[in-house]
Design a binder for this molecule. Structure first.
Ligand SMILES: Nc1nc2c(ncn2[C@@H]2O[C@H](COP(=O)(O)OP(=O)(O)OP(=O)(O)O)[C@@H](O)[C@H]2O)c(=O)[nH]1
Ligand SMILES: [Mg+2]
Length: 300
């Protein structure tokens, strides 16, 4: 009798809320493909990506809506140990903060590179956390990833190890299935169909910053940021965007603008093409370069 009574509320609860929801942090060293994986999982380009390290600077949330429930993925800046500069410190702090109050941690590794000090630091951070952990061995589309066995040897630290490719999307479904095994029933975290927490100005600024990352070399991508000040839908159907590239000194301003303005012109053109693709319409981009030695203070 006692058994039956205590069982009834549980059954009612399951009938009403049959949805599993939770937050999942995508964590790892720089350049392993965290942002590429987020985009692949969500099915839209939310986060910018580049072959250069330290591309992601802020946590970005991307939502997977599924008949089983909702997974909110949190993309994070890559963990970086070789540099003690202000940007690296702020990026590491932001990444580690994203491990708090979440349901599953996805540690992404790159089997084409040897286990480095960043991976070792991550192993020791994760060993102290009891949250369910999944190691994702990414870039499995590459021919014979040399360091695969070394990462596989570390598999015991994790609840599961999944090999996939964020670039091609191969086996990302296995990752989603495994995450759902570790999530609990709960209320929806996002409205139906909403894919991210980013506002449009920040998202567009990121898309412009990606073009700067892809085109500029050495230290230049790291001394700048992009701010979008205005987005207006004009009567002629064109989307008008006013954006500023902030650089830390006059010397870098000259590099970004380039000889005869050629640099900024090319960046503007490729950014406009990308913005037209994501908005599926015509875009007018008003892009200027300004010196602001204090822009980095705006980072957390
Ligand atoms: N071949 C291959 N390349 C990939 C894959 N995933 C990512 N990449 C490439 O790896 C590079 C880094 O990708 P990102 O997604 O920017 O890496 P990240 O971990 O977010 O990097 P940070 O934000 O700098 O920490 C880019 O050149 C991607 O195209 C993959 O599955 N296969
Ligand atoms: Mg990234």
């Amino acid at each position: 009798m006692m058994y039956q009574v205590s069982c009834i509320p549980y059954m009612i609860k399951t009938a009403i809320t049959s949805m599993k929801t939770g937050f999942v942090t995508i964590f790892g060293r720089s350049n392993v493909g965290k942002s590429t994986l987020l985009n692949s999982l969500v099915g839209t380009k939310l986060a910018i990506t580049s072959p250069k390290p330290q591309t992601t600077r802020q946590q970005i949330q991307g939502v997977v809506h599924d008949p089983r429930g909702q997974i909110v993925f949190v993309d994070t800046p890559g963990i970086f140990t070789s540099s003690r500069d202000r940007l690296s410190k702020s990026l590491n702090a932001s990444a580690e903060a994203a491990l708090k109050d979440i349901d599953v941690i996805v540690h992404v590794v790159d089997p084409t590179r040897a286990i480095g000090p960043e991976d070792k630091r991550i192993f020791s951070i994760l060993d102290k956390i009891s949250t369910p952990k999944i190691m994702v061995i990414n870039k499995m589309d590459m021919y014979k990833p040399t360091y695969l066995p070394f990462f596989e040897q570390e598999g015991e630290r994790y609840n599961a190890v999944i090999k996939l490719s964020g670039k091609t999307g191969a086996h990302t479904g296995t990752l989603v299935n495994t995450i759902f095994e570790h999530l609990h029933e709960g209320q929806p975290l996002y409205a139906e169909g909403q894919l991210t927490n980013m506002d449009q100005k920040f998202w567009f600024a990121e898309l412009i910053r990606e073009k700067l990352f892809l085109r500029l070399h050495d230290e230049v991508p790291y001394i700048l940021t992009v701010v979008v000040d205005e987005i207006t839908q004009r009567d002629n159907g064109m989307l008008y965007l006013q954006a500023r590239i902030l650089v830390s000194s006059e010397r870098y301003k000259r590099i970004v603008i380039g000889q005869g303005g050629r640099g900024i012109k090319e960046i503007g053109q490729s950014a406009r093409r990308e913005l037209e693709q994501v908005t599926a319409g015509k875009v007018y981009l008003d892009l200027t370069v300004e010196t602001d030695p204090h822009w980095m203070q705006t980072l957390a």
